[in-house]
Design a protein. Structure first.
Lengths: 600, 484
């Protein structure tokens, strides 16, 4: 069987889809939009829906990210998962995920979008709980699925509402008809859709599943829980931006939820001690930036940040994975340090990734974050701008903290682990290097702002109208300076705290004051949900299960069942086996039929 | 001397049937040749004939051929039914090869009779005249009577064959009398002329009696209550491969002919037969499902299930119009794949040298033969009507048509019946997956051709379940011209 050689199927498959994505990208680069229909899917009464695609510049960008980053992470997985007993199962799930994700971005109507929205959720569940024998992994998988169900419930309602209004779910007629909606209806629909996005993209108040999702294999965290699936919410809001714009209120909600999440998650990320949890909260925070951008109407900026984030966050996760791999499974920042001498490629590439996240001028993350800040500033949303700037400071701090603690401070691991620490094989470092290069060049290539927006924004102009924002001038220069200052301040603070003297591992991660304790416990949101929602529901369902279901429902069902079975036993006796009786029954039936027809 | 005047004969519309008939003749001929070991070559000839019939059907697709003064009408309805019949016959032939070998009942006549029965079914679906309806019905039935009793042992086979023959003859006589009365009332046996005459004269007692007696004949073949009583005994006693053919092919042909007779010849009495079929549908569904619960023999249980499914299809006839009749055709296709598959699994299972036909024989099958158990499980789930399998979509179209035509209560009764049915289908799955096998476990007899048939049937139920719309459109388009 395939077994150990599963990657010979899975990786070339991804390469093939990446090449196809490049071809598609070439086709839409000129601004063309294709809406091919594969086949008619469900026809029931007035309801008709097809398996149809909607391919435009936005789809092209998403396809490139999903298949390109997906390919690199498949490659990386060959090394990372090489002695896992579930090797073939892993690649099967991962391929299923990429299929579902590409279908999600290709979908030409909301129903198909919903189907693959659920399909990527399923893959996420399967891969979070990939090591299903570990209770924590199984729990985390369930949590991700259930929290997402809350969002998807709203998403489903929104889609049904769309159908009742338009009688179709195809993108074309829905978006064309959005202008005819009353603002109240548009607000209702848009907010329900946004609830789905909150679940999938881990925004407040449905963010709690993403940090726990780190129980999955690290490449999965990189692909699904950083680069692609979690950005589906951003994609969906951007895709249906006409609905949100028709509402207005909904856009404000999106922006403010994004801002709140960005700050909220960044503060938690400041104090985490698990390397993957730092990255997880950072992902939640960066997704908040993307939502803030689309909420401000700067869709191209949001999608641009989605792309650059896919590069540097995938890079960071893969770098963290390389560290974990090299240290034999260690994820605790307190037991790392001094890796720069032992893991050269990993150190350099991860440093590039962390600086990209922190916003070092010149790297991709700097340009894309700057676009968002500029959109807030020029859009007159000064409060949002200030909050996002504060978030950028926090981001710079926790990125630098992660770098210093893991790579540059003195080693704190045990002798055995330190002796064993090694650089990862080329199949893992190659994707790291490619992603590092992308992190360096992506911003310079397409992200430099100009009079008519960035090159990236001009590319997406067929989908999103370009905002002719004045980027230059004194204000622009001031924004640039502010961004640099904030970056420098964050990094410097981290240097002072973690590099100026020896790090006392036992001092990190221990609550020093109430605020610190609050952050360490992620604002007690999990405990809050547990107390307010989970426990009361549990009590109610215990009552329903023990009393109502057993006594009332089961009693009723059993009674009906007994009646039917008794009837069956009785009716069975009619079947005597005697041919004469059968013939007689037929005769009686014939007489009845004829008599009835004559009587009419 | 004057030239003898031959009537013009258009063989095109007969082409699909001729393939099958030709194969039947060839099988009989080849069987006379000195004996080779085994009869696989005859199965191959038979399969080729049926596949030829299928290809000819597809080649004629979209045409509307008539032959012998409109006695044969190869229109969309007939072509669609032909597809169902040919698929069912082909799968049955594939299943038969090793099954007959194990039973020690290999014979050339078997394949010839299957082909004659198939030809009868195809003619029945294309019959444009009451005389042809009767002839085709007899060609099909007589072949099936013999096939049902093909196994010399056990005794039940002979009993099944005898009962089937006696009751079938009884039903045929009703039908023939009905045809005579219709002819008496309208002066025609051609369905279209009967329809025109019936529309002209309105409600006539003679015609009403004729309609009633015709329904008795069709009711026997399609096993409505109260003309269903042969079915459990015959399904149980007949060789399983033959049971599969009776349950699918003959039912598809009879339903196609029934649709044609009702909408072409007796449309003027639609109000009358709709009310009647409403009641018959309710009784048939309910009785079939309820009594199936009490069965311990799998084949007998499936016989009652088949009665219940006939009831579901009657719902489509009651709903009427292209959606209703189209739903019936779609259901026939879905049901053919599902049912041949279910019986197909039974033909592969043996226990202690006997065919495994008791539900209890399937205890713990999943432990020993997980693939086989999963296959049977899927077929059973399709019979229950669980998405995304063919059975679900079929039921959905039937009940949707009923709701749209205003028969909400009929649809509700149908859905409730489906819930009852879930009990006895799922019971088999419970046995397979949750019970321990006992001392003499059920084994499966590997068979390449049988496995191939199961794979085709599985693909069929999944395909119809996942992308039903194109097939449903074809089914509606097939009946739409008749309903204009």
């Amino acid at each position: 069987m395939i077994g150990r050689r599963a990657h010979w199927v899975a990786v070339p498959a991804l390469l093939g889809s990446f090449i196809s994505a490049c071809v598609v990208f070439g086709g839409v680069a000129g601004g063309a939009t294709y809406t091919p229909t594969l086949f008619s899917w469900i026809v029931a009464g007035d309801f008709e829906t097809s398996v149809a695609a909607h391919v435009d510049a936005l789809t092209g960008v998403m396809l490139l990210v999903v298949t390109g980053v997906g390919f690199l992470i498949h490659l990386y997985s060959v090394g990372y998962m090489h002695d896992d007993p579930g090797y073939a199962r892993y690649f099967a799930y991962l391929n299923l995920f990429v299929f579902s994700m590409t279908m999600l971005v290709l979908a030409g109507n909301f129903l198909l979008l919903y189907v693959f929205w659920e399909a990527v959720g399923l893959c996420s569940y399967l891969l979070i709980g990939f090591w299903y024998t570990r209770p924590a992994a199984a729990q985390a998988g369930k949590k991700a699925f259930i929290v997402n169900r809350v969002g998807d419930f709203g998403f489903g309602l929104g889609i049904m509402w769309l159908w009742t209004v338009f009688g179709t779910l195809d993108y074309g007629p829905v978006f064309d008809g959005a202008a005819t909606l009353s603002p109240a209806t548009a607000t209702g629909i848009a907010l329900l859709l946004f609830l789905g996005a909150c679940g999938k993209s881990a925004q407040l108040p449905l963010h709690t599943w993403l940090p726990d999702a780190m129980e999955g294999p690290t490449p999965v965290s990189a692909l699904i829980h950083a680069a692609t699936m979690v950005t589906a919410g951003v994609y969906m809001v951007a895709r249906s931006h006409v609905l949100f714009e028709r509402s207005g209120v909904a856009l404000d909600v999106v922006a403010w939820v994004g801002v709140a999440t960005a700050l909220f998650a960044a503060t938690i990320g400041l104090v985490q001690t698990d390397i993957k949890r730092v990255l997880a909260y950072s992902t939640v925070s960066q997704l908040g930036y993307m939502f803030a951008a689309v909420g401000l109407g700067a869709y191209a900026a949001g999608i641009f940040h989605l792309v650059t984030h896919a590069f540097f966050k995938a890079l960071l996760f893969l770098g963290a994975g390389s560290v974990i791999h090299g240290l034999g499974g260690e994820q605790d920042l307190r037991k790392m340090g001094g890796l720069s001498s032992r893991m050269m490629t990993t150190t350099i590439t991860t440093t590039v990734g962390a600086l990209g996240l922190a916003g070092l001028p010149g790297l991709a993350g700097f340009f894309s974050k700057d676009e968002i800040l500029a959109a807030a500033f020029h859009g007159g949303q000064r409060v949002i701008w200030a909050l996002l700037l504060a978030g950028a400071f926090l981001t710079a701090f926790y990125s630098a903290r992660l770098l210093f603690l893991a790579f540059y401070s003195a080693p704190r691991m045990t002798k055995a682990v330190a002796h064993h620490a090694h650089e990862s094989p080329a199949v893992m470092t190659l994707p790291l290097s490619v992603l590092a290069i992308l992190t360096v060049v992506a911003g310079l290539a397409v992200g430099i702002p100009s009079e008519h927006g960035t090159r990236f924004a001009r590319f997406l102009a067929p989908v999103f109208p370009v905002h002719e924002a004045a980027h230059g001038g004194l204000a622009g220069l001031m924004l640039l300076v502010m961004a640099v200052v904030v970056f420098a301040a964050g990094v410097t603070l981290a240097w002072v705290l973690y590099m100026s003297g020896p790090v006392r591992a036992e001092a990190i991660g221990r609550p020093r004051n109430p605020v610190h304790a609050l952050l360490l416990n992620a604002y007690h949101v999990d405990a809050l949900y547990d107390g307010v929602i989970v426990r009361p529901l549990f009590v109610l369902s215990t009552f329903l299960a023990r009393i109502f279901d057993l006594k009332v429902v089961d009693g009723l069902v059993n009674a009906i069942g007994r009646v039917v079975v008794a009837g069956a036993a009785g009716l069975r006796r009619i079947q005597t086996g005697y041919t004469v009786n059968y013939a007689l029954t037929m005769l009686a039936g014939a007489v009845f039929l004829v008599a009835f027809l004559l009587s009419r | 001397m004057p030239e003898p005047a031959f009537p013009s004969i258009a063989l095109g519309p007969l082409l699909p049937t001729l393939f099958v008939l030709g194969a039947a003749g060839l099988v009989l001929l080849l069987d006379l040749l000195p004996r080779r070991s085994g009869k696989e070559h005859l199965a191959a000839v038979g399969l080729a004939g049926v596949v030829g019939g299928l290809l000819a059907t597809l080649w004629r697709w979209g045409s509307n051929g008539r032959a012998f003064h409109d006695m044969i009408v190869l229109d969309g309805l007939a072509l669609f039914a032909n597809v169902v019949i040919c698929y069912a016959a082909a799968l049955v032939i594939l299943l038969s090869v090793d099954y007959l070998g194990r039973a020690g009942a290999e014979s050339g006549e078997y394949y010839a009779l299957v082909l004659f029965a198939t030809a009868g079914m195809m003619l029945l679906a294309a019959a444009g005249d009451l005389i042809v309806v009767f002839l085709a019905l007899e060609l099909m039935s007589l072949s099936l009577y013999v096939l049902a009793g093909l196994f010399k042992s056990p005794l039940a086979a002979g009993e099944a064959s005898m009962k089937y023959f006696l009751l079938g003859a009884f039903a045929s006589s009703f039908m023939l009398y009905g045809i005579a009365l219709v002819y008496g009332a309208t002066g025609a046996t051609n369905l279209e002329r009967v329809g025109a005459a019936a529309a002209a004269q309105g409600h006539a007692p003679l015609l009403a009696i004729g309609l009633g007696l015709l329904l008795v004949g069709f009711g026997f073949k399609t096993s409505f209550v109260p003309f269903h009583m042969w079915a459990p005994d015959v399904y149980q006693g007949a060789p399983t491969s033959v049971t599969a053919l009776i349950a699918t092919g003959s039912k598809a042909a009879a339903f196609a002919a029934l649709i044609r007779v009702l909408v072409v010849a007796l449309r003027s009495a639609q109000a009358d037969w709709t009310v009647l079929l409403w009641a018959v549908a309710v009784v048939t569904m309910t009785l079939g499902n309820v009594v199936a619960i009490a069965q311990s023999n799998l084949k007998r249980m499936l016989a009652y299930s088949s009665i219940a499914h006939a009831g579901y299809m009657l719902v489509g006839l009651v709903a009427g119009g292209a959606p209703g009749a189209g739903a019936v055709l779609f259901y026939l296709l879905a049901y053919a794949f599902t049912t041949v598959g279910t019986f197909g699994v039974i033909t592969l299972c043996t226990r202690a040298g006997q065919e495994a036909v008791e539900v209890a024989d399937y205890a713990g099958l999943a432990r020993r033969h997980p693939v086989l158990a999963a296959t049977l499980g899927l077929f059973l789930l399709s019979l229950v009507g669980i998405p995304p399998l063919a059975g679900f979509v079929g039921k959905f179209y039937l009940f949707a048509a009923a709701v749209r035509a205003g028969y909400v209560w009929l649809a509700v009764i149908g859905v409730l019946n489906s819930a009852v049915a879930a009990y006895y289908y799922l019971r088999v799955i419970v046995y397979m997956y949750m019970r321990e096998p006992d001392a003499s476990p059920t084994a499966w007899a590997p068979s390449f051709s049988g496995g191939l048939a199961l794979v085709i049937a599985l693909i069929g139920i999944v395909l119809l379940g996942v992308i039903p719309a194109p097939f449903a459109d074809l089914a509606q388009a097939a009946v739409a011209p008749l309903l204009r």
